[in-house]
Design a protein around this ligand. Sequence first.
Ligand code: 0O2
Length: 212
Amino acid sequence: NALDKIEDNMMPLKRLMAYYRCAIMEVETKFNVLNEEFSLEYDRNPIETIKTRLKSTESIIKKLVRRNFPLTVDSIEANLNDIAGVRVVCSFLEDIYLLADCLLQQDDVKLIQVKDYIKNPKPNGYRSLHLIIEIPIFLKDEKKDMRVEVQLRTIAMDFWASLDHKLSYKKDIPEEEAKLLRQELLECAQISADLDVRMGEIKNRIVNKENT
Ligand code: 0O2
């Protein structure tokens, strides 16, 4: 079965997952450095929290099967971009684009793909900025480029996404009720988008007052 096939290759898989963990550390450090520098310059931290995750073997297999990709270790690296995930939660919308720009300007970061679900939210209301990047990790005697999915979002977007995630994993809600909940979540997505804009405006007015 699928798991046996992958487990035949347990050592290479373990190694690959270790490389993804290293890539996560690299990217997390990059954001911590940016946060530190911003707090020196502007006296505030643009990053509220950073969450990282390595996709589980079970989810990797499910995704390979779902997309009809070969069940091999090489195929994981070649076909999946989200084995390593770094989620950066900011207070304000403008910080998301500022941090994304700063990251992408770094000369060891290669941009593979951008999905801007803030400018173009998903039909269910989901908002976040997704970047697939490639960064090098430096091993004993080689340098290896690894892909990492970076998700940047505000606290409000994160709050919304975690409730949406709960709903999508609840399979025992009758369809009628699930539909109503999805509708309510969509309305909340709009409210949270408005909140992000208004909070950003208030913050800017306070900052401008401080500077005059
Ligand atoms: P988890 O648990 O976060 O790992 P691709 O991977 O690019 O081939 P995909 O999977 O459609 O295609 O990528 P996309 O649209 O960039 O979304 C990937 C991730 O974004 C998801 O990962 C979620 O973390 C998040 N996401 C996307 N859409 C939604 C949504 O509607 N609601 C919520 N709550 N999160 C969303 P995973 O692998 O699904 O989950």
